[in-house]
Design a protein around this ligand. Sequence first.
Ligand code: ATP
Ligand code: MG
Length: 393
Amino acid sequence: MQYQSFLIKYAEIGTKGKNRYIFEDALMHQIREHLKKVEGEFAVQKEQGRIYVNAKTDYDYDEVVDALCHVFGVTAVCPMMQIEKCGYEELREKVLEFVKSEHPEEEFTFKAKARRADKHYPVTSDTINEDVGYDVLTAYPKAKVDVHDPDFIIYIEIRQKINVFTRVIPGAGGMPIGTNGKAMLLLSGGIDSPVAGYMIGKRGVRIEAVYFHAPPYTSERAKQKVVDLAKQVASYTGAIKLHVINFTDIQLYIYEQCPHDELTIIMRRYMMRIAERLANDNDCIGLITGESIGQVASQTMFSLRTTDEVCELPVYRPVIGFDKQEIVDLAEKIGTFETSILPYEDCCTIFVAKHPVTKPNVNVIRKSERRLAEKIDEMVEKAIAEDEIVWCS
Ligand code: ATP
Ligand code: MG
């Protein structure tokens, strides 16, 4: 069946007091943006603190539900029948018809849950529940009422109009993008950083990204993989402006000049410095990485302190306390995992030392970096000036 309307449920943003409308408007804006990607025309409307999506043309159900479930701020999507207020007998008939079209199976457990926001409606919620229960049991002799754990609930909401639905499809949750500033994600081709971007985006933060590319040591395919990952994250966050920074000269210079066991740390410090510059130039007020304590040598507490030291912006590391498997589970859930495990080389793995320092001393690292004094500033400026921008959506 083609539903005319979807009820959009949202939780957290309902609690923002006087600012509630800002969140609701941002959510409606995001819903409209996501629906632009699917065929069909839709009206997104707010009524009495509820958001509805009404279809104005034909559409593909799976495509629309998928689009709506990618919008941060949406806790559930309920495809529904919406009808004008009508007499009680007519309502009972329509509800039964709807249940029949939704649930062709013969055996199921259910309960009816009516809510009368309009207290003028002449029948109470309890009576509606009883009568709808009776009607369904009569039509389906094998069905049973289960008030504790039914297969589905028949929701009947009496408002300005009457909403009836039995499907509650979980959404992405979180807060609508655009309600919480913008941050710069250091996006590699790995498993962790796309998940990190997703998690911060989920809190309403707009995402911009930077990828450090080291051609010819890293291939075009490795870059394409990062673009693909950015697109996958963008299916939740909206279009991502990806900066591709050519990092080869800087990396080679560090390799020539600095002790090899410090390479990764020094390289990471330059990534953070450049990311911060790009962040400041693009109105981002934080950096995001996919680091997790202890995962590799460059992610011990000592190393993280050493990389943090070079930037002033806060660095958000949403997977900091996650085990690898927990990150993998999330990557699978959001659909980035398969791309992340494609075997293309990463710029960090090429120049990596056999025994990288795990407890870098800030003073020692600073001293090593002095060996770069002659050319490094110029190289950083050049890399930033040659920033290649790829819009990913
Ligand atoms: P990931 O799976 O996200 O690549 P990782 O476990 O491989 O993480 P590292 O390679 O140590 O970890 O990188 C730590 C973080 O630094 C990444 O999560 C990412 O945010 C950033 N980073 C690493 N390499 C790059 C790169 N080439 N371009 C942009 N950011 C990078
Ligand atoms: Mg990596």
